[in-house]
Ligand binder design. Structure first.
Ligand code: IMP
Length: 429
């Protein structure tokens, strides 16, 4: 088995950074295939905490190729400063980075439009609660066939034509908000610097990944956001603008589905969401606050407090189906021990199923989970390195998840550190 896709199975923030970092020790290629710097993937390496937004979470391993696929949208200023920061931390000092020529570029006017639209909708209907990083407007331009791609940055005359085309569509909206029109010359000048920096790092990523697969190398595809934020299958319109599902890895990298061997989905032991949109198991009271503080649930990208609530198994089962999961990774199991009592949602009222019924219209039903809520248990969980080391209520909780979702648990994370991981199955068999 050589190709494994790892995806978020909730609303993002499931701990993809840590899981990919752990699994990347066995991979030769780690590839992001969708989204942009709306993502924030946290790696805890000893005393150091590193948050990547665009660079794949395999960056801590010298020599492991870190690949950004065609399905991504890349803000070049953010990308350059992220790479510079990682290099200062001793990473990416070799020839590890590769960027798809076909990835799209987030430009300053995309960021402006994202912010303006959110401000305009502030507090009212239509507000998505985006990360304001320009993600939506960049994907809109891509779908409208006037997006700027990485390859355009290398060709100033083609870039200028593209920018003029965008001016015709976008200036009107910018000026209506009192914001300056697109400055084509300024962007073309900035692109000279981006192009110089990109030289030697750009390639046909699909060809690179295909060659790696054929050579028997291990390829880890790193999803961004989570299943319920998927543009097609998530809680539309409260979603991101790209595919967050495993199926998107093939399109986003430029490889065929026959090259994929396994798909692991990540879920927290509870649920969080940031931004607007339905969240059936949200706890708005003190228990939600307790979860937020125990789990340090603040956005890695925007710092926004996340809404917190119980594990939503119908939604997780839906995510497992959408992704064809072959393995389930459960993170932050230790956090639940900080709570006096734990509940889980195994079904919605009237047996409603996500996909058929909108999540804003379902009512979660809860079951209490026994024997939790002892601070000493948290310590025992944090040092567990095998399933057998876990206290029995925690194991029973994992068994219930596995039985309800119908996917074997392959990894359990019991703390932020790499070592605080229980791997029950080899990632690359
Ligand atoms: P956008 O991706 O910035 O357009 O935001 C659209 C929605 O997706 C908002 O609700 C964001 O909060 C959410 N979102 C985007 N990226 C992430 C992420 O990495 N984690 C959690 N939520 C995200």
């Amino acid at each position: 088995m050589t190709t494994l896709i790892v995806v978020g199975a909730q609303w993002g923030d499931e701990g993809k950074g840590k899981v990919v970092d752990v699994l990347a020790s066995q991979a030769q290629v780690v590839a992001r295939y969708a989204g942009g710097n709306n993502a924030g993937h946290t790696l805890v390496l000893g005393a150091r905490k590193i948050v990547t937004h665009l660079v794949p979470s395999g960056c801590a391993y010298p020599g492991t190729a870190c690949v950004l696929g065609a399905g991504m949208v890349i803000d070049m200023d953010v990308f350059q400063s992220e790479v510079a920061e990682l290099q200062r931390a001793g990473m990416l000092l070799g020839d590890e980075l590769r960027v798809s020529l076909d990835a799209h570029v987030i430009l300053p006017f995309h960021r402006q439009l994202d912010g303006l639209r959110e401000d305009q909708a502030s507090g009212g209907a239509g507000r998505i609660g985006t990360t304001r990083r320009g993600i939506g407007p960049a994907y809109e331009a891509k779908a409208a066939r006037r997006g700027v791609r990485v390859r355009d940055l290398l060709d100033p005359s083609r870039l200028r034509v593209r920018l003029e085309q965008n001016k015709q569509h976008v200036d009107f909206e910018l000026q209506r908000h009192g914001v300056a029109a697109i400055d084509v010359d300024a962007i073309v000048r900035a692109a000279e610097g981006w192009a110089a920096w990109l030289r030697g790092k750009v390639c046909d990523v699909g060809a690179l990944v295909e060659a790696a697969v054929r050579a028997g190398q291990r390829v880890l595809c790193e999803g961004a956001q989570g299943a319920l934020l998927d543009l097609d299958h998530g809680t539309y319109p409260y979603v991101t603008s790209s595919t967050t599902l495993a199926g998107g890895a093939c399109a986003g990298l430029g490889i065929g589905p026959t090259r994929v061997d396994a798909v692991w989905g990540i879920t927290k032991a509870y649920t969080t969401r940031v931004g607007a949109g339905p969240f059936p198991t949200c706890e708005r009271g003190p228990l939600g606050e307790l979860l937020r503080s125990a789990g340090d649930e603040y956005g890695a990208t925007t710092g926004r407090p996340r809404d917190c609530g119980w594990l939503d198994l119908p939604a997780l089962r839906h995510a497992a189906r959408l992704n064809g999961l072959t393995g389930l990774c459960v993170t932050k199991l230790d956090v639940l021990a900080a709570l006096p009592s734990v509940q889980v949602c195994r079904r919605y009222a009237d047996g409603a199923e996500p996909g058929e019924v909108l999540l804003e219209d379902v009512v979660a039903e809860y079951e209490p989970v026994p024997g939790w809520g002892d601070p000493q248990l948290r310590e025992r969980i944090a040092v567990a390195r095998r399933l057998e080391d876990l206290p029995s209520p925690a194991r029973a909780y994992l068994d219930a998840i596995e039985a309800t979702v119908g996917v074997p648990i392959t990894l359990v994370s019991v703390g932020p550190d790499r070592a605080q991981t229980i791997l029950t199955r080899a990632a690359f068999g």
